[in-house]
Design a protein around this ligand. Structure first.
Ligand code: GLY
Ligand code: MN
Ligand code: MN
Length: 504
């Protein structure tokens, strides 16, 4: 697809010219982000994993997957659990954890002349052994034979990974029924619990890495904001976002969601051109190429620099519910209660705006709020954007808790009691989704609670394009006494957003 040029050459120049918007200095932000320097506590993590295991475990990093022909591959991204235990794991590597011996063996591809010719020479095995601080390094080409020797007849467990070839190999070696796309077959339950216990509670080195990425994510958001003018294409803005990530030594942690059709929750399509009156929704986060940790942030702004009166009310309401939910974060709070609290704030505001009718508690109980807020408040975050989502509700709805079956709250991705070190998102939103607002079943169910005529007016706005949607998302960590907002430096006050929008 052709990428639209920016509307004027002065717009182009302004990307490189230092200028200040409030406290935010563009020139400073174009310096490279602080690089990943210090080694994280990988050896300590492996030690804790070994101590929690009651039998040997084989982990697969996953390898290169083809885009169209075998030699043309997607960028490599190791499995998140493997990334948790090893620094910059090589494609195709694997690791054998033996708790009885207290040893970790790393398996790497053999070094060949052809590989050195095409891809560059690799560290010899003994150098990797010293750097990774493992007990042995062996050739992954002989993985089956090595695991047979190392396991000494004991049952070996493994985990499915996104690379189906690596998963098939682990299946054949362990005899387990592994399937990455089925949370009940990602691995044996007790093993998932051990991994989740380690990964869900972020240590200081992990928090430092998440914080290090925030200036990169902020640069991406502010560049998209400042370049949002009528006539600019979403694709051009998406390019600015991805460029900011690349300059910061990062990649997009997930398909960037950038659209004036923000009511499509995971909208990866960038084919619209911005028009006066549109609201741009950007949900994008940087992922470190060094470690795999990531941010997940959503901001919204009006094309042309000023929200409509309705847009202003909606933005203020979403922000109010977000800030209120964040302020309520502390150890012991049940995440589902935070979700319901945000639903209540939104319901109250929607009553004020004439979109809902009734008592806010009753509206939330019946699920009427979900006509406008149809998703959950957030999810765990870390090495996966939805951290450990592949392990299923076993991890995120523990102790016999189950998902609601009610539309809206059924999409709540976690129902954990918060503990210090837990990192997660808070991301309420309000949307005008034609498929919901014109659905006869919803219209019947919430006949007296939703002002359908008023909702129709939002679908008719912007010359019939509709209002779209607003979501505000930050990454937070539960601390011993409350909360730290990791992404607090990314502008979200309405006045600041409005002054940044289109200001380049
Ligand atoms: N970026 C996807 C999400 O917010 O869950
Ligand atoms: Mn999110
Ligand atoms: Mn997001």
């Amino acid at each position: 697809m052709a990428v639209m040029p920016p509307p004027t050459s002065s717009t182009q120049k302004s990307v490189l010219r230092p200028f200040t918007v409030g406290w935010f200095t563009r020139g400073q932000d174009l310096k490279p982000a602080p690089r990943y320097k210090r080694r994280m506590n990988f050896a300590e993590r492996r030690k804790r994993f070994l101590a929690a295991l009651d039998g040997p475990v084989l982990l697969m990093a996953g390898g290169l997957l083809s885009r169209n022909y075998p030699a043309n591959t997607f960028p490599y991204r190791a499995d998140s659990t493997f990334l948790y235990f090893f620094e910059r794991p090589e494609p195709g590597s694997a690791a054998f954890f033996d708790p009885a011996a207290g040893q970790v063996t790393l398996f790497l591809p053999e070094r060949t002349v052809a590989d050195a010719l095409w891809h560059g020479s690799m560290e010899p095995f003994d150098a990797v052994k010293a750097r990774q601080q493992v007990d042995a390094v062996l050739a992954v080409e002989q993985l089956e034979a090595h695991v047979a020797t190392l396991s000494r007849g004991r049952k070996v467990r493994s985990l499915a990974v996104a690379d189906w070839k690596a998963t098939s190999r682990a299946k054949a070696i362990t005899g387990e029924e592994l399937d990455f796309d089925d949370a009940t077959k990602v691995g044996q339950g007790a093993l998932l619990d051990v991994v989740a216990k380690l990964r869900l509670h972020k240590a200081e080195d992990e928090l430092a890495e998440l914080r290090r990425l925030v200036p990169v994510t902020r640069e991406a958001h502010v560049l998209a904001m400042t370049h949002s003018k009528p006539g600019v294409s979403e694709q051009f803005l998406a390019g600015l976002v991805e460029g900011a990530f690349a300059r910061g030594g990062c990649t997009a942690a997930y398909g960037t969601i950038l659209s004036v059709r923000g009511e499509v929750l995971h909208n990866h399509d960038h084919r619209n051109t911005l028009q006066q009156g549109d609201v741009v929704l950007l949900d994008a986060g940087a992922e470190s190429l060094d470690t795999g940790y990531c941010n997940d942030v959503t901001r919204d702004w009006p094309v042309g620099g000023a929200f409509s009166p309705e847009g202003r009310d909606l933005y203020d309401l979403v922000l109010q519910s977000e800030v209120d939910a964040i302020a309520a974060v502390k150890p012991g709070v049940r995440y589902r209660d935070l979700h319901l609290r945000a639903c209540r704030v939104l319901a109250e505001g929607l009553v004020r705006m004439g979109l809902l009718v009734g008592d806010p508690d009753g509206l939330v109980q019946s699920g009427a709020h979900a006509v406008f807020f149809p998703h959950g408040l957030g999810h765990q975050l870390g090495l996966d954007v939805h951290d450990l989502e592949a392990f299923g509700d076993r991890i995120h709805y523990p102790g016999g808790r189950t998902r609601s079956t009610q539309f809206g709250t059924q999409y709540l991705r976690m129902d954990l009691d918060l503990v210090p070190g837990m990192v997660f998102t808070i991301e309420p939103g309000l949307y005008f989704v034609p498929a919901i607002l014109r659905n006869p079943e919803f219209r019947e169910r919430f006949k007296t609670q939703v002002k359908w005529d008023r909702a129709e007016q939002f679908l008719a706005m912007n010359g019939g394009r509709g209002f779209g949607g607003i979501r505000i998302e930050d990454d937070v960590v539960c601390t011993a006494t409350g909360v730290e907002v990791l992404t607090a430096s990314i502008p979200k006050a309405r006045a600041e957003i409005e002054s940044l929008a289109g200001s380049a």
